[in-house]
Design a protein around this ligand. Structure first.
Ligand code: ASP
Length: 329
């Protein structure tokens, strides 16, 4: 197995980071202006090794005093664009009927949120989710309605809706698994990315092709506000990855944020949510769930049910991959 050290990658942007002497006042936000002062240092936290390039893209925005909302969107667009990524975007593995169906959500510092689910053929579901947030009175659009909205708003339907590699994997799966989709430890890897900007504002984004071989029409935790992602600017943010059904049964992200509201550190909150999940779900040793949290003071936490969950943390100009602690020891 590759060691954690091997995974560590220093951000190319490290030397460009000058935010230590370039902090922003929280108070300035009230006036709507972004001026220099004594604010927060930016942090980006995201799931799995695809979090490294995603964090780099987010960091570019934050290091130029950009907003966390723009950073989280641009960050997760990187794995969405990668046709080799088998768990995010159009390169993802399909459902049991051979459809790659995409779920995404985004949430900003004001509690605004947007979401799409069961969307096909669109390269950047996260940007459609942002449009839902900004241009409609709704939070969530699904399926054909989400596609119609995307097309009406300038997105184009991609020529390929399943990559040849994903199709090959699907053909193989059909023979071996006989239409019995299961959320095991190997067939998922959503990107959840949460960030705090120099003004001290939090935002988050989450995007996935969902569990491989799922039932057609299945939607997991990732696009559900409070399950795959939750942000409360006064408290913190959390995001999840892994078997969505397990997260949905306890509303994973909002539980973590509420625990932080009640005084837990991000690490304590992540551990308590995962332990509660294990207590309530007797088959917990058979699947993986990972969670990340960031509080408004810039402290972070990570925890998982099983060994193997990794997360990427960009702070102080360094972007590194870490192995998360886990419950099943
Ligand atoms: N949470 C996602 C889902 O259940 C899967 C993943 O994290 O890869 O759809």
């Amino acid at each position: 197995m590759t060691s954690r050290r091997d995974f560590i990658k220093k951000s190319a942007l490290a030397s460009a980071l000058v935010l230590g002497g370039n902090k922003l006042l929280r108070a300035e936000k009230e006036s709507g202006e972004r001026v220099q002062g004594d604010g927060k240092k930016p942090i980006v936290l995201s799931t799995w090794s695809h979090g490294i390039p995603a964090n780099d893209a987010a960091w570019k925005i934050l290091s130029a005093n950009g907003k966390a909302l723009d950073a989280v969107e641009q960050g997760v667009m990187v794995p969405e664009s990668d046709p080799k990524n088998r768990s995010v975007g159009l390169g993802g593995l399909p459902d049991r009927d051979g459809h790659v169906t995409l779920d995404a959500c985004i949430m900003d510092e004001k509690g605004n949120c947007g979401s799409v689910a069961f969307l096909e053929g669109i390269l950047h579901p996260i940007s459609v989710a942002r449009k839902v947030m900004e241009k409609t009175p709704h939070v969530m659009l699904v399926g054909d309605g989400a596609l119609q909205f995307a097309l009406e708003n300038g997105f184009t339907k991609n020529d390929y809706i399943i990559t040849p590699e994903a199709k090959e994997a699907w053909e193989k799966w059909k023979k071996e698994n006989n239409y019995n989709p299961k959320g095991d430890k190997a067939n998922h890897d959503t990107i959840g990315l949460i960030a705090i900007d120099a003004a001290g504002d939090l935002s988050g984004a989450c995007t996935t092709s969902g569990l491989a071989w799922k039932y057609h029409g299945r939607v997991g935790d990732s696009p559900i506000i409070g399950d795959g992602l939750f942000v409360d600017n006064e408290v913190g943010a959390a995001c999840t990855t892994g078997k969505g059904e397990a997260v949905m049964k306890i509303c994973g992200s909002i539980v973590v944020v509420e625990m932080m509201r009640n005084g837990k550190t991000p690490q304590q909150a992540c551990e308590e949510m995962i332990k509660r999940m294990a207590k309530k779900q007797s088959d917990w040793k058979d699947f993986q769930v990972g969670v990340l949290a960031l509080n408004s003071n810039g402290e972070h936490g990570a925890f998982a049910l099983q060994k193997g969950f990794q997360y990427a943390l960009a702070v102080d100009g360094e972007n590194k991959l870490y192995d998360s602690d886990y419950l099943n020891k």
